[in-house]
Design a protein around this ligand. Structure first.
Ligand code: T6T
Length: 324
């Protein structure tokens, strides 16, 4: 799959790398095809990345003749996602598409699904243990982090200064990979002094305060990479509050309505958008293949695109939804 860059400052950024609820009928263990229920367990509820994923999931499931149910925790937290998995386990769907909120802590609950004969497909995030899911559909997050570093380098145009990464929670496979890709790439630009990563706990308010504190400690800050939606929204607020909009180049992962609004207003300089609708759709295809006893593609990469204010409209298909 591809990573496309639409950042106007450089075409050279191009990187080739690529609901409803309901009780589930007990189909019994030996008759998976008769069980027409798919469940999506996102990382957090009411968040445009996962809403867009749910839209793709529901559309594809309907086309394949499956019923759907989506159940999400109110916080991006393994302690909240675990009881959801346990409840879904008891309802015996044919397959579960899940975005594990922790790459180790969710292994136990997800293994219980597998052991009960329920097919498990990872969407977006993944476990360190690769033996549980039959397929993982995700952006190439490490490449996305690299793209963010390249983008900050282009935007800062040779100036000297400090650069910060705002990560979410340790153990989130996607954002950890983005931070790693960024760290590896930023080393190539000696004028950009990497001051390390700060964790936001996936809270926009924490992201805003971490930015303010980093500015106080590093007045030469010229770049921030926010590794996901809430971090990006919060970082934009922090920079505005500090009167540093534009002076500090902000590159954020994701493309929520608020992030897009901030991009168009000049509060954010670039967004790296994912394709969550396709992640949901491909997740269904892999789940149905597993249910039907067909071979799975173990890893599927979906598109990433870097977007600036100048090419926002042209890339509007990548903007995330608040509703299907
Ligand atoms: O960035 C996405 C997702 O890819 C990541 O795993 C967690 O955060 C988001 O859902 C955005 O909030």
């Amino acid at each position: 799959m591809k990573i496309r860059s639409a950042v106007a400052v450089s075409a050279a950024f191009l990187l080739a790398a690529c609901g409803g609820g309901g009780q589930i009928g007990d189909s019994g263990s030996g008759n998976a095809a008769a069980n027409k229920k798919l469940v999506l367990i996102p990382g957090i509820t009411a968040e445009p990345f996962y809403i867009s994923m749910q839209c793709g999931f529901e559309e594809a499931a309907k086309a394949a003749g499956y019923e759907t149910d989506t159940q999400a925790p109110s916080k991006f937290d393994a302690a909240q996602q675990t009881p959801i998995v346990t409840g879904v386990l008891a309802s015996k769907p044919a397959a579960v598409l899940i975005a594990p909120t922790d790459d180790k802590a969710m292994a136990g609950p997800m293994k219980q699904l597998k052991d009960a004969g329920i097919k498990v497909v990872e969407v977006d995030t993944k476990l360190q243990d690769t033996s549980i899911a039959s397929s993982t559909i995700s952006s190439n997050n490490e490449q996305g982090g690299k793209l963010a570093a390249e983008t900050i380098n282009k935007l800062t145009a040779g100036k000297t200064g400090s650069v910060l990464v705002l990560n979410t929670k340790a153990g989130t496979s996607t954002t950890d990979a983005r931070a790693k890709g960024f760290e590896d790439e930023i080393k190539k630009y000696p004028n950009l002094k990497y001051v390390g990563q700060q964790y936001t706990d996936n809270e926009a308010a924490t992201a805003a305060s971490k930015v303010t504190a980093t500015l106080a400690a590093n007045p030469d800050l010229i770049g921030v990479f926010a590794t996901n939606l809430n971090s990006g929204e919060g970082a934009a607020t922090g920079l505005r509050n500090a009167g540093k909009t534009g002076a500090v180049n902000l590159v954020g992962f994701d493309a929520s309505p608020k992030q897009v609004e901030d991009l168009k207003a000049g509060f954010v300089q670039a967004l790296i958008a994912q394709d969550p609708g396709t992640i949901g759709k491909q997740g269904v295809e892999q789940a149905v293949a597993a249910i039907d006893g067909k071979a799975n593609k173990r890893n599927i990469e979906t598109d990433l695109v870097a977007i600036t204010k100048d090419d926002a409209e042209k890339n509007s298909k990548y903007f995330y939804k608040k509703a299907c």
